[in-house]
Design a protein around this ligand. Sequence first.
Ligand code: 1CP
Length: 345
Amino acid sequence: MILQNDLILRAAKGEDIERYPVWLMRQAGRILPEYRAVRSKLSGFKELVETPALAAEVTIQPVDLLGVDAAIIFSDILVVPEAMNVPYEMLEAKGPWFNHTIRSEEQAKRVETDFDVEDRLGYVMEAIKLTVKELNGRVPVIGFAGAPWTILCYMVEGHGSKTFSEARKLLYTNPTLAHQLLQDITDVTIRYLKAQVKAGAAMIQVFDSWAGILGTEQYATFSLPYLKQIADAINDVPVTLFSKGAITSIPAIAQLNCNNVGLDWNMDVAAVRAQIGDKRTLQGNLDPCALYGSHENVATETIKMLHSFGKNKRHIVNLGHGVYPDVDPEKVKTFIKTVKSYEIN
Ligand code: 1CP
C-alpha cells in the first residue's frame, strides 16, 4: 500500500518533513458526536472494541472529521490482561473493573501466557486490516499496547486509581512475583504488537500511563527493562514510548531502541532536547486543558509549543495526554489547523 501521507513516519525516522505531523491521543472517542452515535447503538464499550467493522469506522472518523496525520486503532490497553485470563468490564462513568485481581502467587495461577494472540485478540488484528483497507493509504495506522508496568497496575489494583498503592505495595512485598508478572505481560505484549504490525500497523505506541507514580530507581527496576525488551523486539516499524510523568527517566527512555519519546505537558521540550540530543523524535506535548481556551488562545498556546521545538524537525505534534471528552471538536480543529499552517523553515 502506497501512503499518500507518510509525514509521521518520516518525522519518526528523522527524515525531512515539510511541516510537523499532528494527531491526538484519544482522538477516536467521545469528543466526536459521530463516535457517540455509533457507541449509543451498542451494549457498551467492549462491543465496539470487539466488532472490527465498527472499531475501524470510529478509528477513521478523526481522519475524516479532524484531518489528523495518523489513525490510532480503536481498542484499549486492557485487552491484554483479558487475553491473559484476567478479564475487565468497562463500567459506565466509572471506568475499568476487574473481578479478579492478582496480588499473590495463588491468584497468579490463573494468568495465562501460552496462547495464540491471533486467537484471543484476533478482533484487534481484524480491525487493523479493515482500517488499513478502508483508509486506502490516506494516513498510517498506529497500533498500541500498554507498558507492562501500567498493565500490572490494573491487574493488581483491579480498577483505576490515583495512587495504585496495591500495585506499588507488591513491588516492596513480593518483587519476585511482580517481576514474573511483568515478564509474562512483556512476552504477550511483544507477540501482540508483532501481530499488529503484520496486520498493517505502520507505527507502534507503548503507553506507560502510570510511569509517573514510580520513583526513578523503581522505574529503572520495574519498567525500563521490560520497555527495553519490547523496543528491541519491534524492528519493522517506528516505536513511540510514552511514559507519562516519568520526567527524571526521560534520558534513560531515550537510550532505548525507540524512534519517538512521548512527552506530557509537565515536561519542558527544550530541556529534554538539551538532555537527549537529536537522535530521537519527540512527541507532544500541549496541555489537554489548553483546548478549553478560546480559538485565539488555542492558536497562541499551540504556536508557543511549536516555538519550543526550535527549528528541529524531529517532532510529532500531539497533546501531553489524551484529549478530554468534553472538549469542543472545533477547538481541536483550530489546534490542527495551527500546526498545519506553521512553517518550519
Ligand atoms: O465508553 C467509552 O467510550 C469509554 C472511554 C474509553 C475510550 C474511548 C476507554 C475507557 N478507552 C477508550 C479507547 C482507548 N483507550 C484508546 C483508543 C484510541 C485513541 O486513542 O483514540 C486508547 C489508545 C486507549 C488506551 C488506554 N486505555 C490507556 C492509555 C492511554 C492513557 O489515556 O493514558 C489507559 C490507561 C486505558 C485504560 C482506560 N480505558 C478507559 C478508561 C476510562 C481508562 C482509564 C481508567 C483509569 O483512569 O485508570
